[in-house]
Ligand binder design. Structure first.
Ligand code: NAD
Length: 363
C-alpha cells in the first residue's frame, strides 16, 4: 500500500478534460489496490501566461521536482499564438524537459484489435498485431548541435550538426535495454552507420552496452530500412531505440500505423530516481475544447505508463491497459475512433467523461 506524490499539469484546451478523466481512473486504481495518489495541480502553458505572465512559473518547476512523477495534459492555443517564441505556451514543455533532465522519450504504438480497421496497413499485416515501443533520445543529436548560416564555396549556405557523446548513447541505450528486458527482450537500434560517423559511434556504444543485457536480443537497422520494415513487418518489433532526429520521424510513422492520435500515450524519463513526465502525444485540440468530445484514452494510457515506469506499479498499470481493452471491446468509442463502416448499433459513441468513467469502472 503506497503513498505517491504526483504533480498534475492540466494545461490548456482539452488538457483539463482529459486530465480530469485520467484522475478518475487513478482514483479508482487507488481504491482497488489500496494506494494513495496525492495529486497537486500546477499551472503551465497558456493558462499560466494569463495568470502569471510566464508559461512555466518557478513554482511549477519546484512542484514537479518535488513529486515522483508529472502528468501533463496539453498546452497551447490560438489565443497565445501571437506571442514571441520564447513566451509561448509550448516553451513550458522544453523548460520542464530541461529542468527535470528528461533525455528519453518513450512512445508505445499499440494496435488494439477492436480498432484494427483504423490501421492504414494491409489487413493481413494489421491482423498480425502491433505492440512496439519507440525510445527516442531527446536532448542531443542534430537538434542541439552547432548550426548556422555562412558563406561556403558554392555561396551562402546553412548547416546543422549531428553530434552524440558516448555518455548520451550509453544512457539512452540502457533505458532501451531495460525496457526491452521488461517486455519481449528484443531491441532494434536504428542508425545510419553506413554513412555517418556519429552513427558509427552510436552503434559501437550500443554493442558495448548490450554486454550488460545478454538476455536481450539486439538487431541493428539503417534508418531507411527501419522505415520500410515498420510497414512490412511491424509485428516483429518490440523496442526500438534511435537518436533525436531518426526517432522523431520514425516514432510518428509507428504512431500512424496504429490509428488515432487520441490513443497515443508517451513518457519522458531521465536519470533513475528523478520524476518522469507522462503526457498524451496530441496537443490541446482547441477545436474540441469544452465540448466533452476529446478521446481521454491517450492520457489514461499515459497514466498507466507513469504507474509502470516511475512508481513500479506493474500490476496496477496492467489493470488500466486491460480496462481500456475491455471498454473498446464492448464497443464504446469517442468520435475520433468511431469506425465509419460500422453501424451505430454496433458501436456506442461516448464523450470524454463517460469514456473515462467506463475505464475506471472496468478496473
Ligand atoms: P492537436 O494534437 O491538438 O490536434 C490535431 C488534430 O487531432 C485536431 O483535429 C484535434 O481535434 C485532433 N485531436 C487531438 N487530440 C485529440 C483527442 N484526444 N481526441 C480526439 N481528437 C484529438 O494538434 P494541433 O492542432 O497542431 O495543435 C493545437 C495546439 O496544441 C497548438 O497550440 C500546439 O502548439 C499545441 N500542441 C501541444 C502539444 C503538447 O502540449 N504536448 C503537442 C502538440 C501541439
Amino acid at each position: 500500500m503506497g503513498k505517491f506524490k504526483i504533480a498534475v499539469i492540466p494545461g490548456d484546451g482539452i488538457g483539463p478534460e482529459v486530465t480530469n478523466g485520467a484522475r478518475k481512473v487513478l482514483d479508482r486504481v487507488g481504491e482497488a489496490y489500496g494506494h494513495t495518489f496525492a495529486c497537486e495541480e500546477w499551472l503551465a502553458g497558456g493558462i499560466a501566461i494569463d495568470a502569471t505572465g510566464e508559461p512555466l512559473p518557478p513554482a511549477t518547476v519546484a512542484g514537479c521536482r518535488n513529486s515522483q512523477a508529472v502528468l501533463l495534459g496539453a498546452v497551447g492555443g490560438p489565443q497565445w499564438d501571437r506571442l514571441p517564441g520564447d513566451r509561448r505556451p509550448e516553451r513550458a514543455l522544453l523548460g520542464l524537459r530541461s529542468a527535470l533532465g528528461l533525455f528519453a522519450n518513450i512512445r508505445p504504438a499499440v494496435l488494439y484489435p477492436p480498432l484494427a480497421s483504423a490501421c492504414p496497413l494491409h489487413p493481413l499485416i494489421a491482423a498480425r498485431g502491433i505492440d512496439l515501443v519507440f525510445v527516442r533520445e531527446l536532448t542531443g543529436g542534430i537538434y542541439f548541435g552547432a548550426s548556422g548560416r555562412r558563406d561556403g564555396s558554392l555561396g551562402p549556405e546553412a548547416y546543422d550538426t549531428e553530434r552524440y557523446s558516448v555518455m548520451e548513447v550509453e544512457r539512452i541505450a540502457r533505458t532501451a535495454f531495460s525496457l526491452a528486458r521488461s517486455r519481449k527482450r528484443r531491441l532494434t537500434s536504428v542508425d545510419k552507420a553506413n554513412v555517418l560517423e556519429s552513427s558509427r559511434l552510436w552503434r559501437e556504444v550500443v554493442i558495448r552496452v548490450a554486454a550488460e543485457y545478454p538476455d536481450v536480443a539486439l538487431e541493428h537497422l539503417y534508418v531507411d530500412n527501419a522505415s520500410m520494415q515498420l510497414i512490412r513487418r511491424p509485428d516483429t518489433f518490440d523496442v526500438l531505440v534511435a537518436g533525436n532526429l531518426f526517432g522523431d520521424i520514425l516514432s510518428d510513422e509507428a504512431a500512424m500505423i496504429t490509428g488515432s492520435i487520441g490513443m497515443l500515450p508517451s513518457a519522458s524519463t531521465g536519470a533513475p530516481g528523478t520524476p518522469g513526465m507522462y503526457e498524451p502525444v496530441h496537443g490541446s485540440a482547441p477545436d474540441l475544447a469544452g465540448k466533452d468530445a476529446a478521446n481521454p484514452l491517450a492520457m489514461i494510457l499515459s497514466t498507466a505508463m507513469m504507474l509502470r515506469l516511475s512508481l513500479q506499479l506493474d500490476r496496477e498499470a496492467a489493470a488500466i491497459d486491460e480496462a481500456v481493452s475491455k471498454v473498446l471491446l464492448a464497443g464504446y468509442r469517442t468520435s475520433d475512433i468511431m469506425d465509419p463502416q460500422a453501424g451505430e448499433h454496433d458501436l456506442k459513441r461516448v464523450g470524454t467523461q463517460e469514456m473515462s468513467d467506463l475505464v475506471a469502472a472496468a478496473i
